[in-house]
Design a protein around this ligand. Structure first.
Ligand SMILES: Nc1ncnc2c1ncn2[C@@H]1O[C@H](COP(=O)(O)OP(=O)(O)OP(=O)(O)O)[C@@H](O)[C@H]1O
Ligand SMILES: [Mg+2]
Length: 413
């Protein structure tokens, strides 16, 4: 028999292949971005006038590319470094990154911009337009310049609509002599949604397009090798293993060219090695990790990251209701029951039915769940809920991970 302390200690002292696992997380912004040199150069030359002749123009760029091609990380890295280099040249520049998946109305976007710029927002009463006016005034008084990234801009176009986009891009139209302090980076997976805008707005947006192609296996190799160097202890992962991951995901080898998926496979492979107490990550770990790193789940990971807490709890409820019933669909009532239990578990006050329904519809819009009205074979009319992404067990794990992360962050604040 081992004492409790022995058992706890054995876990604490268990060796790991990781020296810093977070370096593989999707939200980490590394200093090196192999194979995005071209895109960084394009951004730098577009925004150079902010440093050489600040206030002369309001610049914009549109980043376009598929899932996991490095759009978000390139914009963030550019923001961090450009800000620093601007300050060294005596230009006060701030970088603001807004995720339109989370903040998809003009009002929410303005609130988020104000928050990141530390501009106080009155509790109520201001319209989005007035709030923008306040932001412009504030940065003018502070003599700062701002680059604002609208990430996942497709959602903004869909929900906020043409007028909201038009409002943004006209910032300086009415006052041509004003110092131009606001600049934009827009990010989208494809150009399709831009077609929903009127042609003047569309042509404004597509003036400076920067493309992000899916990664080839040799590009992924360089990316993974660099990240692995930071994340793993020396000697725990071989080049052949990294090459193998790159080959699975590389677009030239039939994969999706999605770096997020490649990093996820590497992370899971390392975790599997740890679980076994292995000293090295092997090809076999990668094979097993690939099965676990469900591409579908990796694709929706970013969406999950920004969902309101209770939307995540409802998704968790749907997953659990479906797993325990073992059927393709469950009634919304069953999901709500499960949701109430989960709320108890997390010490949360459950939201009302109408709000729950709205969250369900949002999850449906995101393609994560399936909701339809019951037909034959069911007594009474009810909304039936299924989950599109799977396997459920893996999805449950991811959702829980994000919920727990949310609580950790809340505690830190
Ligand atoms: N060139 C690169 N070097 C290092 N890491 C990279 C590179 N490109 C992408 N990554 C990493 O891959 C993951 C996915 O990249 P990112 O989130 O930027 O993709 P994205 O193009 O924004 O995808 P999505 O359209 O799904 O939002 C992130 O963890 C990012 O850090
Ligand atoms: Mg992104």
């Amino acid at each position: 028999m081992h004492t409790a302390r022995d058992i706890i200690e054995s876990v604490l002292e268990k060796p790991s292949v990781f020296k810093s696992k977070e370096k593989l997380f999707p939200e980490y912004v590394p200093k090196y971005l192999p194979h995005r040199e071209q895109q960084l150069k394009q951004l730098a030359s577009l925004f150079k006038p902010l440093l050489t002749d600040p206030g002369s123009i309001s610049q914009r760029a549109l980043l376009v590319g598929g899932i996991g091609t490095g759009k978000t990380v390139t914009a963030r890295r550019f923001g961090i470094d450009f800000k620093l280099l601007a300050r060294r040249r005596g230009v006060k520049l701030e970088y603001v990154h807004v995720n339109c998946h989370r903040d998809r109305t003009l009002y929410l976007v303005m609130q988020e911009i104000a928050r990141q710029l530390h501009i106080p927002v009155p509790q109520r009463g201001l319209s989005a337009q007035e709030m923008y006016g306040n932001i412009l005034k504030d940065i003018d008084e502070r003599d700062i310049y701002v680059i604002i990234t609208f990430d996942e801009f497709d959602y903004f176009i869909d929900v906020a609509g043409n007028d909201a986009v038009y409002f943004l891009i006209r910032t300086y139209d009415e006052y041509p002599d004003m110092t131009k302090r606001i600049n934009f980076i827009f990010i989208t997976r494809d150009m399709y949604n831009l077609g929903k805008l009127d042609s003047a707005t569309e042509s404004y947006l597509i003036r400076n397009v920067i493309h992000f192609e899916p990664y080839t296996s040799s590009e992924l190799y360089d990316i993974l090798a660099k990240r692995a160097e930071e994340a793993f202890y020396e000697g725990t992962i071989g080049d052949d293993v990294i090459q193998y991951v790159a080959d699975i995901v590389g677009v030239d080898k039939g994969g999706r060219g999605n770096a997020r998926l490649a990093l996820e496979i590497l992370l899971i492979a390392g975790e599997l090695a740890d679980q076994e107490g292995a000293q090295r990550v092997t090809i076999e770990h990668v094979r097993r990790a690939y099965v676990k790193a469900e591409p579908d789940i990796v694709v929706i990971y970013d969406s999950l990251l920004y969902l309101p807490l209770h939307e995540l709890l409802i998704l968790l409820a749907a997953i659990r209701a479906l797993s325990s019933k073992g059927e393709a669909y469950v009634r919304i009532g069953e999901v709500e029951q499960e949701y109430q239990q989960i709320c108890e578990e997390f010490n949360e006050k459950p939201r009302r039915h109408t709000q729950v329904y709205e969250y369900v519809m949002d999850l449906k819009r995101l393609g994560i769940i399936d909701a339809r009205v019951s037909g034959r074979g069911y007594r009474g009319k009810s909304t039936l809920i299924g989950v599109r992404v799977g396997p459920l067990e893996a999805l449950e794990e991811k959702v829980l991970e994000i919920i727990n992360k949310r609580y950790r962050e809340a505690r830190r604040m």
